[in-house]
Design a binder for this molecule. Sequence first.
Ligand SMILES: Cc1cc2nc3c(=O)[nH]c(=O)nc-3n(C[C@H](O)[C@H](O)[C@H](O)COP(=O)(O)OP(=O)(O)OC[C@H]3O[C@@H](n4cnc5c(N)ncnc54)[C@H](O)[C@@H]3O)c2cc1C
Length: 432
Amino acid sequence: MTLEQDFGRMSRPDVFVGGGGVAGVCAAVAAAREGASVLIAERHGFFGGSATAAAVGQFVGWGTASGRRVTRGMAHEIVERLVAAGGASGYGWFVMSTGHRMDRVEYDTEILKAVFDEMIREAGVRVLFHASVAGVRRRDRTVETITLLTKGGMLEICPRTVIDASGDLDLMARAGVEFLDLLPGDALQPATMMFRLGPIDFRRFDAIDPAEKQRLARLGVERGDLPREALHCSRITGTDEGWFNVTRVTVDGTDPFGLSDAEMEGRRQALRAADFIIGHVPGCETARLTALAPQLGIRETRRIRGEYVLTVEDLRRGSDFPDTVCCGAYCVDIHPTDGAGLRIERFGDDHFYRIPYRCLVPANLDNALVAGRGLSATHEAHGAIRTMPQAMAIGQAAGCAAALAAARNAPMKAVDVARLRTGLTAAGAFLD
Ligand SMILES: Cc1cc2nc3c(=O)[nH]c(=O)nc-3n(C[C@H](O)[C@H](O)[C@H](O)COP(=O)(O)OP(=O)(O)OC[C@H]3O[C@@H](n4cnc5c(N)ncnc54)[C@H](O)[C@@H]3O)c2cc1C
């Protein structure tokens, strides 16, 4: 049987999802649970994107500082499945390098891959791993054909609707749509090469006084060993190892040569930072570097120009939108390209914000949505909404919306938002 014959059944899915990070997985599962036929293409051989390939290791920003959880739905289901599989121990709190308290779920990246496989399989989503979105043909405002580069050669599919969940918005770029520009003075957030150290005596590591941790991190920066003034570590459930987030590489993740250089620079920084931590940080004396993340973690690249552009003012005000499909409470958290610090803007203790459906809808396309970190938001607002619980919630909303649009053969803009919101609430989402 040729590849085309084998693939035939799936060459016209109701919903095509490009990219299998946390947003793409949630989008694909949500669409399939709504009854749509779904094909997902992911360039790696596993799901998770930054969550697994970049080994971020913790989902942060579930709710307000006072403890009201505003991101639930499928994101919460993922936590429950991780806990059941021994890949997480549930919700907790930690102190950021800036001294602020933040809620988080630390998880095992390898178990998360298996949890995503299970959810995708149970939902009946057809998977193409090692498949990259290589080309897009559109007619006027409609994406008609997508070309995938696979291990078996080029494949063409003609989906009814598409969701770009590639983070970098490769599908949208190939479709030639408009992106949001950075404003003067703004820069793309730098990337990070995560690395894993162990064994760590977490009893001693966790007991380091915050001021002492700050002093050690500053020492690392002064010596040129740490690019970031932080000793941030996510513990791997059930082990004495942790993933460190302390490197910093300035790169545009859509520049192929720049990205290749940055991968090598990230690994160089990781080895040097690991030596510093082993040599200076209590609890890490007998550790060694046990892994580098498979790829550099890219925080920010393209952002779509959507039907609505979310601003930091919307987040500060907690603007109410009739088409809210996701809520969040994470602070504005921007890694600058100069200096070793962080730009943090916290909101009130019980403050949360809303993300409207229109931010997922590209301004110039009828049958496409964007899910995850590329949605329509300013650079500053993106600094807050980019965390994984929110990317999962946005993915879930995108999947439900695409299934509704495909069922009626209607443009994304014409999706019955009241019905979408009812469906999301029934599936456990918090929409206030
Ligand atoms: C270093 C770092 C630290 C972070 N720290 C935290 C944290 O502590 N907690 C938190 O919650 N969030 C954190 N974030 C943010 C968060 O991890 C990301 O914003 C989020 O995971 C984005 O998810 P996504 O699904 O939108 O995109 P991505 O994770 O980027 O996933 C995109 C997927 O698409 C695939 N893909 C890309 N191009 C193509 C193509 N052409 N064809 C096919 N597939 C393609 C990729 O392989 C990937 O699987 C961090 C991010 C980074 C980089």
